[in-house]
Design a protein. Structure first.
Ligand SMILES: [Zn+2]
Length: 343
């Protein structure tokens, strides 16, 4: 269906899967570089080419390389607070009313910050963002595939310690092909025992079995889950267990999780009532935003309309890592706007 860009942009949205490091704007990175006397290694145009994924990228491992150019600028309290505030500003511009911001604190501790300081700085930026722009948010802390057991344990402990300050859960990110989910079973268990929620990147470029293993480990949400298209039985079991897939269409094509729209499983999942939501994954690295993602779906699928968009956002909200009371408030706000704002 032909949807109007400004209507899509202005309708309230919920975003569950957004990485802080992959989404900090170039302008914010420039401010950080200037403030900290840490200039970009090259001019801004070339630097933009280093942090945005290139058209010939076809693998998750290549995609992840972009982050290596960004992370040197996210190593101080100032930088992390500014980056997370900047992300909320971007969210507010397209009326995201609730957002979960994920990041790997260990990746931000290369110049002396403690894990707790890194997380505290991000939470400060998020809170400032809520105060100024009215966008609610929570942080999710990423355990990294391939990192040490000690570091990943520290992330779980920090998530536990800072739960009351705005950390809602953990994620498992990084190269899925090299590090299967079961390697992290005991750490995910520990997080759940602490009352945290878990989402796991699975079935992005790996197998449907990785998704099922992640669910058995206690993940209540799955990052991407594209590989579920390959296995009807596992897909049905996940849907029955009300596991939501956090789909990120633009990113899914860039990482090679999907290679052509005819094979992209959005329609299959939607028609089979597999719970799904739409997110950007990485606004800067993928050069996208949530409005663009919905517009793209509207262009690719004839059945996709504002009501589809409403349902996707309500499903996302239902699976958000926040208390029911907050969900009810946001749900009323979203439903009200879809009634009045669609002309
Ligand atoms: Zn992701």
């Amino acid at each position: 269906m032909q949807m109007d860009y400004h209507t899509v942009k202005n309708l309230p949205k919920v975003e569950l899967h957004c990485h802080l490091d992959g989404s900090v704007s170039l302008a914010a990175l420039e401010s950080i570089a200037a403030e900290e006397g840490n200039p970009f290694p090259t001019d801004i145009r070339k630097f933009a080419g280093m942090v945005r994924v290139q058209p010939d990228c076809g693998s998750l491992d290549d995609y992840l390389k972009c982050f290596q150019s960004i992370l040197p600028y996210l190593q101080s309290k100032y930088a992390l607070s500014l980056a997370s505030f900047d992300l909320i500003r971007q969210a507010a511009e397209e009326n995201v009313v609730y957002m979960e911001v994920r990041f790997s604190p260990i990746s931000c501790c290369r110049r002396g910050l403690s894990c707790e300081e890194a997380v505290g700085s991000v939470l400060e930026g998020l809170k400032k963002g809520e105060k100024i722009y009215g966008v609610k948010s929570r942080a999710l802390l990423c355990l990294m595939r391939g990192d040490t057991e000690e570091n990943n344990r520290l992330v779980v402990e920090t998530a536990h310690d800072m739960k009351s300050e705005g950390v809602a859960g953990i994620d498992l990110a990084g190269s899925e092909s090299s590090f299967p989910p079961e390697n992290y079973r005991s750490l995910v268990r520990l997080a759940l025992d602490y009352g945290l929620k878990a989402t796991i990147h699975a079935g992005e470029c790996g197998s449907a079995e990785n998704v099922e293993t992640s669910v058995q480990m206690g993940a209540s949400r799955i990052g991407h889950g594209i590989a579920l298209q390959k296995d009807t039985a596992i897909r049905r079991r996940c849907a029955k267990a009300n596991i939501i897939l956090e789909m990120c269409p633009v990113s899914n094509f860039q990482t090679g999780a999907s290679t052509d729209w005819g094979a992209y499983p959005f329609e299959l999942f939607w028609k089979e009532h597999v719970p799904i939501s739409i997110s950007t994954d990485n606004r800067t690295v993928s050069n996208t935003n949530l409005t663009e993602e919905y517009m793209l779906l509207g262009q690719k699928y004839r059945f996709f309309d504002y009501n589809t968009m409403l349902q996707l956002n309500l499903t996302a909200l239902e699976h958000a890592f926040i208390p029911e009371r907050e969900k009810e408030e946001l749900s009323a706000k979203i439903k009200g706007a879809y009634q009045t704002d669609i002309k």
